[in-house]
Structures are given as C-alpha cells and as structure tokens.
Design a protein around this ligand. Structure first.
Ligand code: DON
Length: 331
C-alpha cells in the first residue's frame, strides 16, 4: 500500500512539474510571432565608434532559446558569429566571482546601479565605490584586473576556458574586431587609468584593458549566447554539456547585476517592461534569463542611443509577455 501511495505521489508531482513548464511548441509559436512582427527594420543604427561593427549587415536577425533540458530552439540568423561585446562582462564576472568569491566582488568592484551610460566617467567621479558595477566598462575592466593570475597569458587561458564551458564550445576571437577595438579604445584606457588613480584597479592597466578588449571581441552566435545564458538560468550547469561551470549560489548574484545594470541607463525601462534580467552588447546581441525556465538570446545590429539592440529588446519584451516570464508577476 505504501508503495502504491508513493507511486501516486510521484505521478502527481510529475503532473504538477509538467504543468509548470511551458511547452516547446508554445515557445516556437511565440518565437515565430515575434520574428514576423519585428523582422522589418525597426530603426536605430549599428555601433560606429568601433569601425568593424559599423560594417556588419544591419538586417541580420536571429532568435535562440535554450531550455534546461539542453534543447536549443532557433529561428533566423542564429549561426552568424558577431561580436559578443559587453555581454562578455557577465561571464568575466562569473570567473572573478568563482575565483575570488562574492564578498570580494562587492567590496573591490561594487554592485550598485549607475543609471548612466556604459562608458560614463561621471559615474566613477560621483560614486565612492568608483567602479560601481561589473557590467559597466569601468567595473568590467576592474573585474578583469581582479581575476587572479600570474601573467596576462594565464589570465587569458582562464577566460578562454570558462567562456568555452559556458558556451559548450571554444569560442573564436574575431581578429579584425579585436584590432578595430584596440585601435579605438582610448576612452576605455582613460577610464582604467582613472580607476587606477583611485586604487580601484588590481592588475597591470594595459594588460587588463587589452584582455577586456579581447573578451569583447569573441565571436558568438545567438545560439552560443542562449547556451551561455542558459547556464545561468540552470544553476550554473551548462544545459548542453551538463558540466557545472560555476557555483549555483553565484547565479542569482550575477543575475542581480544584470537586473540593475544590464542595459545601462535604459535598465529601468527594461525591467519595467520585462521583469527579467538582461544584458546587451554593442555588437547587437541581447540575452535574457528566466531562472529555471529558459534563456533567450537575440541578435540584430541596429542600436538605440543607449547602445542596446532595438529589435532584440522588442523581441524579448514580446516573448516575455506572451510566455508569462515576468518575475514580478505573482504566479
Ligand atoms: O568597451 C566597449 O565600449 C565595447 N567593447 C563594449 C561596449 C558595449 O557593448 C556596451 N553595450 N551595450
């Protein structure tokens, strides 16, 4: 009798769990609806302060969704390798947190929102924590400098290894993009030296800025980004490879920095409309994470004035709404 009761309870539990999950069919439908709704140009322009990015085809558009079971649903240009740019900041933060611990990030970098543009110097001057948040340029370069390593080469190996674990494949650096950014990153170098002057930089400035620039130049597809973000949605375990990449308790902390700073001075609007953590890059990618449920990655190069992909934001807002992913909604 006890055995039968146990079986019934298990059956009931699996029915409840199943009922909570959104069907793959429904996700595909919503992806298609969003794609058709936004596939025409929606305004904006490619980033042009990094010459390579200005030349990427503005009409490319891809949507990828990664589910905790390792399935990746794709629509449109999901195989095109584009510059990861600021989305890399999330995964370098993951590395620094894994190596240094959460408290050290809070103390040495800061985790508050700036409410300012991604490359703001003013934010550094106004905030006692200086770098303020690992997802703005200042904080990201400081975070890079905070990854412990005996040399730049050793640090790059750590970065390259953890990015490969997040993506489930070794990612290429787009050499032309890396050269283009290196030739035009004077503003970032100024930011890094300013942090250094305030004692908020933790390694050789030139080396750290170079490694930050190199990580921004990774070539990722929308599919890669969905898997990388999917690892954060899945308690630090890559849904494809099943490898544990970071401690599960760091995931909500990393996602919190995305909630407060993921889309820079537009983050408030983003949260108001979606209620889930997101992160953009000037290459045209945006990731969004629905913890335990899925990660969405969208690629479309034209950006708004804050440096966020217009089509990607529209697409994700639409999908979040239709799939009921808003974390602020009582379920
Ligand atoms: O450092 C920069 O300016 C670029 N490598 C990355 C900036 C970026 O992606 C801002 N994102 N929306």
């Amino acid at each position: 009798m006890k055995k039968i009761n146990g079986v019934i309870i298990l059956l009931l539990l699996s029915v409840v769990t199943f009922a909570q999950q959104i069907s793959e069919k429904r996700i595909r439908e919503v992806m298609k609806e969003a794609y058709n709704k936004y596939k025409a140009p929606q305004g904006g322009a490619n980033a042009n302060y990094i010459p390579y990015l200005a030349d990427v085809n503005s009409n490319l558009y891809g949507i990828a969704v990664c589910l905790p079971n390792g399935k990746v649903l794709e629509l449109g240009d999901t195989k095109y390798e584009f510059g990861i740019e600021s989305i890399s900041k999330v995964f370098v933060l993951a590395l620094a947190m894994q190596e240094r611990g959460q408290k050290a990030i809070e103390d040495s970098i800061g985790v508050n929102a700036t409410g300012m543009p991604f490359n703001s110097v003013l934010a550094i001057e106004l905030e006692p924590a200086r770098a303020v948040n690992p997802l703005v340029n200042a904080g990201a370069m400081a975070t890079n400098s905070f990854v412990p390593a005996a040399s730049g080469a050793e640090k790059w190996t750590k970065i390259d290894n953890i990015f490969a674990k997040f993506a489930g494949r070794r990612l290429p650096v787009i050499e032309k993009l890396y050269a283009s950014e290196t030739a035009t990153n004077q503003h970032n170098r100024a930011i890094a030296w300013l942090l250094y002057s305030y004692g908020r930089f933790y390694d050789n400035v030139d080396v750290s800025v170079d490694l930050y620039t190199k990580a921004c130049s990774y070539g990722t597809t929308a599919r890669d980004l969905a898997v990388m973000a999917g690892t954060l949605a899945n308690r630090g375990v890559n849904p494809l490879t099943r490898e544990k990449v970071i401690n599960s308790e760091y995931c909500p902390k990393i996602l919190a920095t995305m909630l407060t700073e993921g889309l820079y001075d537009e983050t408030g609007d983003w949260i108001y409309h979606t209620g889930i953590p997101g992160k953009s890059g000037v290459g045209g990618g945006v990731i969004a994470v629905s913890p335990g449920k899925m990660a969405i990655a969208v690629f479309s190069p034209p950006l708004d004035k804050s440096g966020n992909s217009i089509k990607a934001m529209y697409t994700i807002k639409y999908m979040v709404d239709k799939l009921g992913l808003n974390l602020l909604e009582a379920k």
